[in-house]
Every structure is written in structure tokens, then in C-alpha cells.
Design a binder for this molecule. Structure first.
Ligand SMILES: CC(C)(COP(=O)(O)OP(=O)(O)OC[C@H]1O[C@@H](n2cnc3c(N)ncnc32)[C@H](O)[C@@H]1OP(=O)(O)O)[C@@H](O)C(=O)NCCC(=O)NCCS
Length: 151
């Protein structure tokens, strides 16, 4: 993304060493998954990298890497629209220490590019009203309403 800021796929190591879960915890409740549950989930996703996978934004220098943000692209395979593909962007968060530095926009733009190159005919996401201006700056437009049922 820039000289010291990079985007890459999540690695298994990030689940134990990195600040990935800490950053996700700034978005919502992560809970307390044990290392086996984390590894099982990672392996499930890693076998489906073309469908659902988290990306992480890292800063990297001589002292190592720090995760400063993440977002996930889920590519849904439809029957409609000629067996078309729809991209869903999920779990977008930038560490509070790094907000306002353009990292959120960069990760969104990258995931939108990945979705386009994968052949998605559209990308959709759900968000709070307070984040509408951010997503508009990333090129998205407001469309439809979100429905939910929590168990
Ligand atoms: C939303 C979030 C990911 C934005 O990340 P960020 O790195 O701070 O955003 P950026 O610095 O890339 O901002 C890009 C542009 O959007 C604007 N912007 C960002 N958040 C905004 C907001 N809430 N309201 C209005 N504008 C906003 C910025 O001013 C910037 O404008 P510019 O391009 O004209 O300079 C970050 O604030 C965050 O993690 N929030 C908490 C978790 C969350 O709500 N995630 C979204 C779940 S749907």
C-alpha cells in the first residue's frame, strides 16, 4: 500500500502472535476461542481462500510486523445473473491508534479490486449509519435496508 504498509492474507501465525484478534475486538466481541478452535477455523477458511478470507493491513519495519487493520471479502456463488459472483465485505476495522490515516480506505479499495478481478458483478456490505460517509468515500452508494434476526 505504501513503503511500510502492506496488505496480505491472514496467516495462521497471526492468530497466536499478532494483534489480529485485538484489532477485531475493537469492532465487536471476539469471545475467548481457544487455540484449537482458532486453528480449526483457520484451516477451514484456508481451504476456501477463493471464497471467504480475511485480509490484514500490516505495518512492517526492521522490528517486525504489526496488524493495524483487517477486512474480509466473501465471494458468494449465485445461480442468478448467469451464475454470477457477488462480493460481500465483512468485519472492517482499523486499530483506533491508526484511524484517520487512510488505511480503512486503502483496504476497502484493495478488496473492491480483488472482487472486481475475481469477476464479481457487485459488492455489498452492511454498516451503521455513522459509517455511511466512510463507505461513500470508498465509492459505495447507499442501497436497500438491512434485516436481522439474532439468536
Ligand atoms: C470505519 C473505519 C474502518 C474507517 O477506517 P479509517 O482508517 O479511520 O478511515 P480512513 O482514514 O481511511 O478514512 C477514509 C475517508 O473516510 C472519512 N471517514 C472515515 N470515517 C468516517 C466517519 N465515521 N464519518 C465520516 N467520514 C469518515 C475520512 O475522513 C476519510 O476522508 P478523506 O478520504 O476525504 O480524507 C474505522 O473508523 C473503524 O475501524 N471504526 C470502528 C469499526 C467500524 O465501525 N467498522 C465498520 C464496520 S461496518
Amino acid at each position: 500500500l505504501t513503503e511500510n504498509v502492506h496488505l496480505r492474507l491472514l496467516s495462521a501465525k497471526d492468530l497466536t502472535d499478532g494483534s489480529f484478534l485485538q484489532v477485531l475486538g475493537e469492532l465487536t466481541t471476539v469471545g475467548e476461542p481457544d487455540s484449537l478452535a482458532l486453528l480449526e477455523r483457520y484451516n477451514y477458511l484456508a481451504a476456501r481462500k477463493d471464497t471467504y478470507f480475511p485480509y490484514v493491513v500490516i505495518t512492517a519495519d526492521a522490528t517486525g510486523e504489526v496488524i493495524i487493520g483487517t477486512a474480509t471479502l466473501f465471494i458468494e456463488r449465485k445461480f442468478i445473473h448467469g451464475c454470477g459472483l457477488v462480493g460481500h465485505i465483512e468485519d472492517v476495522v482499523v486499530s483506533s491508534k491508526a484511524r484517520g490515516g487512510g488505511y480503512g480506505k486503502l483496504i476497502l479499495k484493495c478488496l473492491l479490486d480483488v472482487a472486481k478481478h475475481a469477476g464479481c458483478y457487485k459488492v455489498i456490505l452492511d454498516c451503521d449509519e455513522s459509517n455511511v460517509p466512510f463507505y461513500e468515500k470508498c465509492g459505495l452508494v447507499k442501497k436497500g435496508v438491512q434485516m436481522a434476526l439474532y439468536y
